[in-house]
Design a protein around this ligand. Sequence first.
Ligand code: GDP
Ligand code: IMO
Ligand code: MG
Length: 430
Amino acid sequence: MKVDVLLGLQWGDEGKGKIVDVLAPRYDIVARFQGGPNAGHTIKSGDCKVILHTIPSGILFPDTTNLIGNGVIIDPLIMLKEINELKSIGINAPAGLIISRKAHLILPSHRLLDAVQEISRGAGKIGSTLKGIGPTYTDKIARQGLRIGEFHESGFSARYIEHRDAHLRQAAQYKVDISTLKFDGLDFDTYEKQWFDALKAIGEIEQVDGEYYIHHSLWNRKTILAEGAQGTMLDIDFGSYPFVTSSNTITAGVCTGLGLAPSNIGKVFGIVKAYCTRVGSGPFPTELTDATGELLRGTGNEFGSTTGRPRRCGWLDLVALKYSVMMNGVTHLFMTKADVLSVIQNIGICTSYQRDGIELDYVPFNQENLLPNLIHRHGWNRDISQATCTQEIPEELHDYIRLIEQATGVPVAIVSVGPDRAQTIFTRPF
Ligand code: GDP
Ligand code: IMO
Ligand code: MG
């Protein structure tokens, strides 16, 4: 057996949560392998809508096991809130959940550091979700992080205090008045107290040696789907650095984030939004800052699932998409939000960039000041949100899909036409 992978090919928010939820019944285990509560994965089925930050998107199915891998970083308070929200809609989340002992903890003081570092960047700010992602991964790589498996060991509290005090000393070096900072509306001391209470609750969830768990599961012929967070263009190595997140969001991250060998990887499902969005700072060559961008934002409800911030919107970028397909070894493309493009008469598609009069057909080292070279295609200008099969897809959308398939060399196997689980068209077998 192999582990299939599902991940985002753009700048995040491609609709990964929705598609994982659609595919979850096919898998015994859904496993997150990187990122933390910077992610916001939305699932919708009828009247039920949930936004997941830490918990894998298979959680709505009682028979699916949801593994939080070693590559994920966990804020217990945010995770407990998710569990309680799931409980309020009748889902007994802890029952389907297991956590790798090696997953690192996001401490309240990581969030504090994230805030002061972002403030001190001024105009060069990254646009972080301020969930403590950068500082927590920094400590992990510097070999000074705290892992959730240590919670049950003696001396944990003392180690926590050591870490916190070191962070506070570091934060004091920035010219920021930390007494005014709030964390999800709470001052630091209140956040810390609630964080500790939450850690006690989260500490009760079953912990495993994730790498053994996943290999034993494969040997026992269990089917596994690895769920990515963020997107390829936010990858720490290959995204538009420094405007990136702090983990490897690409397929390679599945190996380190779950403890797998490359030969364990099976199909790679790349989620591509029919247009592009980006939240936070950084280059975005196809960005539309005009009324068309506004129209996409309004129609697509492009506001951050984690922060509520308006997402920047733009045309589909085939140069970036081909790069992402290459970096991830994508075997199947799943296109989301095709319904949103129904409002556009003349759809732009970026086939190359130009800068200083030079045409570039690849993602360059420096992605600043790139202008898109666009081709245009007729829109379909009709509501497709009720379409259920390939035959109900308008010819213009078929054309758009063919263009993507030809450019990438990868088949589009799902077309999503709305946020609901049911609004999903399977266009090719996989
Ligand atoms: P993720 O982070 O990749 O899981 O994506 P988000 O949940 O942050 O953002 C995607 C948004 O688009 C959510 O509000 C989804 O409910 C919604 N969505 C997903 N697929 C579709 C689709 O095909 N059409 C429309 N209109 N909305 C979609
Ligand atoms: P999902 O999984 C979209 C962006 C932030 C910021 C940059 C760094 O829902 O697709 P960080 O908080 O990681 O320090 O922020 O990355 N970002 C996301 N953008 N979707 C996400 O996750 C994101 N997670 C982080 O906006 O620009
Ligand atoms: Mg999201």
